[in-house]
Design a protein around this ligand. Structure first.
Ligand code: R5P
Length: 310
């Protein structure tokens, strides 16, 4: 078996280090810095000719994270790596995945094109905003779910008469899979968006009265969706409300909103890093490092990943 190397940009080096620890390898030697004018500059400081290279970088805002990913892929390709895999724990720009209004861009497709043109031979990511984005790529694509990590957490909570709630139509499939694994029933919030980044609850569909509730989403950004869902569920008579998501984007006042919401605990993963002082005690962070590390190992060893897709 040839060598495996992992290189990271500046988006989430902490998670990259945990992944390397799982794999038992040192993080690759790379400089990812800026020229004086702010342009990104990358230099790989070791020979990677013929090497199986994994370029690690989630692409949450600012867009500099995406640029770093692209420039690292280009550097790896031009350094004659045998294969270059883009490891993108959070795939940003995914919410604009179709022309739902006149004259808008499809950024998910644009970013897919950029990643491919920059030199990725394959992609590894986690909980895409919509799974169809896989089809925007014409290179091999592995899509992991954080479900094993989140479900393990929920199972230990001793919930009673649990109902998993999807806070909008988009997350129903995810919520249904969780409900099945947790032996819970499923409910749905009928959410509308009068404007981008503004959510409104229209209706709660399902039996909520007196039950423990888990609100589940792929990401929490402004937290409008999650907090409005929690308020509607409280009104509908929910007992204990917990929320969970894979990607804690947490922009603007999201943390303050979550703090005030009738939610006991919010569980997220470390695909997007946050300093402890930015968070509040009821936000619990679980690591997906071992899951990503195992997927990288199996890709490198040309083994099946399907048992990780649960
Ligand atoms: C929507 O389709 C997504 O699944 C999330 O519900 C949404 O993007 C969360 O955004 P926010 O936290 O800003 O309401």
């Amino acid at each position: 078996m040839d060598e495996l190397r992992v290189f990271t940009g500046n988006a989430n080096p902490k998670l990259a280090k945990l992944v390397c620890k799982y794999l038992g390898v040192e993080l690759g030697n790379i400089d990812v810095c800026e020229f004086n004018d702010g342009e990104t500059m990358v230099k790989i400081n070791e020979n990677i000719r013929g090497v199986d290279v994994f370029v690690f970088q989630p692409t949450f805002p600012p867009s500099k994270n995406l640029i770093e990913l692209l420039v690292m892929l280009d550097a790896a390709k031009r350094a004659s790596a045998r294969r270059v895999t883009a490891v993108i724990p959070y795939f940003g720009y995914a919410r604009q995945d179709r022309k739902d209004q006149p004259r808008v861009a499809i950024t998910a497709k644009l970013v897919a094109n950029l990643i491919t043109v920059a030199g990725a031979d394959r992609v590894l990511t986690m909980d895409l905003h919509s799974p169809q984005i896989q089809g925007f790529f014409d290179i091999p694509f592995d899509h992991l779910y954080a479900a094993p990590v989140l479900i393990d957490f929920f199972q230990k909570k001793g919930f009673e008469d649990l109902v998993v709630v999807s806070p909008d139509i988009g997350s129903v499939k995810m919520a249904r899979a969780f409900a099945k694994r947790l032996g819970a029933s499923l409910a749905l919030i009928d959410k509308r968006r009068p404007r981008a980044d503004v959510a409104e609850v229209v209706n709660v569909i399902g039996e909520i009265e007196g039950r423990d509730v888990v609100i589940l989403d792929d990401l929490i950004s402004t937290a409008g969706t999650t907090t409005l869902a929690a308020e509607a569920l409280k009104k509908a008579g929910a007992h204990r409300i917990t929320a969970g998501c894979t990607h804690p984007v947490l922009c603007g006042d999201a943390v303050a909103r979550l703090d005030k919401a009738p939610i006991e605990e919010i569980v997220v993963t470390d695909t997007i890093p946050h300093a402890p002082e930015e968070l509040i005690p009821k936000i619990k962070i679980l690591s997906v490092a071992d899951l990503l590390g195992e997927a990288i190992r199996r890709i490198h060893e040309e083994r099946s990943l399907s048992s990780l897709f649960v």
